[in-house]
Ligand binder design. Structure first.
Ligand code: BGC
Length: 487
């Protein structure tokens, strides 16, 4: 039975190569010496590993039925494994992490100061700014039907009040490429980074920041709104609060305290006493600013395009109580509470989760016996099920999983992670939880903020010297599920 499944897997994968080759020949993206097309060899490497995986018991059972041609999505026949109609399957990225050279942003400045809290600067990152057409084509060819990405405020408004039509047109071309591939677009207007001019004026602590953000939202929506299927005001606006609950192994104090020290260093190095950023600032004032900015930004988007669905993306852990002295309810009220209230008035909520937290007085370190990912998190794919159940119950709005994935150099663990995460998601959906999409983090191995390029979250590897992309077996695996809309 496994061998039969493996034979089918191989024929499916051969079909994938054919599709990818067709794509490479057809590709008319920007001509650049660095824009190397996907090579047959790199594809074959991914394919043979995926074919091998299909004969590993436990990894192959979900993949034992025939596949169709690359152009025609197959409907699953086995209802017990299939996802709801029009379910979104996709990948997510963020501008600062993949585009490269976001030189007008606060993070770029922070990356280049002495004793920077960033392990290495983002530099060219994945040069997605120039290679987006190839990257989007790869995503579509793998079988996905949705792409979530962020637009960079600092590119669009590099100096206060100076809006760049050229940059807005760049993102219009990105959206048009998604359209050409029939991809649903989920656009995040702010993913952690902001223009340096605003950061130097206290970032979200500045009382005028919400109005400045709303002006940006209006400008963007007027220019791009007709091509945006789902807009998000903010990526993970609850992170400043979350940091207060997390202690990094081996670190003194919690992460919020670490960022306070980094802030003092940045103010001196940039000679900007008022400097603040999303990560490093007074969390309470940041939250007030973000809540006001969400509300005004959302109104500005709606007045520019009333029928554009607007929501945001919340960072969530699958919180579970410690056996004694658990402050779980307190954590939930502190970190998610105000944002879950806001979500009730949104068109949807994006939830983003990577693991669980055992909550004592603060989050406890992972159990000693736990398998850890490259970012020190417990390998716990069932977090998706826990989080969607909780978020749906609290808000009553449609839920999309807009980030979930794992940092690992062992791609077989990523496949196992997806298999278990999706099994849990399916259980929740079968129980009536209104989940309408699953977008993995991430499309590409990218710049993971303070940790630099080391953690590998991507389903596509990036050789940063040549910018060559190589599809990993996990990309083929997840894309296959996406194409069939079925486990
Ligand atoms: C963020 C991403 C980040 C990912 C993995 C999320 O918190 O939205 O930007 O790369 O987690 O750490």
């Amino acid at each position: 039975m496994y061998l039969e499944g493996a034979a089918l897997e191989v024929s499916f994968l051969a079909e994938q190569i054919r599709c990818a080759e067709v794509h490479v020949k057809k590709s008319d993206g920007p001509a650049s010496p660095d824009s190397t097309s996907l090579s047959r060899r790199s594809l074959l490497q991914g394919v043979s590993a995926a074919a091998l995986l299909s004969i590993v018991p436990g990894e192959s059972k979900a993949n034992s039925s025939p596949r169709g041609a690359c152009s025609a999505p197959q409907t699953a026949t086995d209802k017990s494994k299939s996802f709801p109609e029009k379910f979104l399957w996709g990948c997510a990225t963020a501008g600062a992490q993949v585009e490269g050279n976001n030189t007008a942003s606060d993070l770029w400045a922070l990356e280049h100061i002495p004793n920077s809290m960033f392990k290495e600067p983002s530099g060219d990152a994945c040069d997605h700014y120039h290679l987006y057409a190839e990257d989007i084509a790869l995503l579509a060819d793998l079988g996905f039907n949705a792409y979530r990405f962020s637009i960079e405020w600092s590119r669009i408004e590099p100096e206060e009040g100076q809006f760049s039509n050229a940059e807005l047109n760049h993102y219009r071309r990105v959206l048009a490429t998604c359209r050409e591939h029939n991809l649903t677009t989920l656009v995040t207007y702010s993913h952690f980074a902001m223009p340096l001019w605003l950061a130097k004026r206290s970032a979200w602590q500045n009382p005028s920041a919400p109005d400045r953000y709303a002006r940006y939202c209006e400008r963007v929506t007027k220019h791009l709104g007709d091509m945006i299927d789902f807009a998000s005001t903010f990526n993970e606006p609850d992170v400043p609060q979350l940091l207060d609950w997390i202690t990094m192994p081996g670190a003194e104090g919690n992460m919020a305290q670490m960022f306070q020290q980094a802030l003092a260093n940045a103010r001196t190095a940039l000679n900007a006493p008022g400097f603040a950023s999303f990560f490093a600032a007074d969390p309470r004032k940041t939250r007030d600013g973000l809540l006001a900015a969400h509300s005004r930004g959302k109104s500005a988007m709606k007045s520019a395009r009333p029928n554009m669905p607007v929501g945001f993306n919340l960072a969530m852990s699958d919180d579970q109580p410690a056996p004694t002295d658990s402050h779980l309810a307190e954590k939930r009220a502190d970190v998610y509470g105000p944002w879950l209230e806001v979500a009730k008035k949104c068109d949807y909520l994006g939830v983003q989760t990577y693991s669980r937290s055992i909550v004592g007085k603060k989050d406890l370190p992972p159990p000693q016996s736990a398998e850890l990912t490259q970012t020190g998190m417990e390998f716990y794919p069932e977090c998706v099920e826990g989080v969607v159940r909780y978020a749906a119950k609290e808000t009553g709005v449609p839920i999309y999983v807009t980030e979930n994935g794992i940092a690992t150099t062992d791609d077989t663990r990523r496949i196992t992670y997806y298999r278990r995460a999706l099994a849990g998601l399916k259980r929740a959906i079968d129980d009536g939880i209104d989940v309408r999409g699953y977008l993995t983090w991430s499309l590409l191995d990218n710049w993971e903020w303070m940790l630099g390029f080391e953690p590998k979250f991507g389903i596509i590897a990036v050789d940063r010297a040549t910018q060559q992309r190589t599809i990993k077996p996990s990309g083929t695996y997840l894309g296959h599920i996406a194409r069939r809309n079925s486990l």
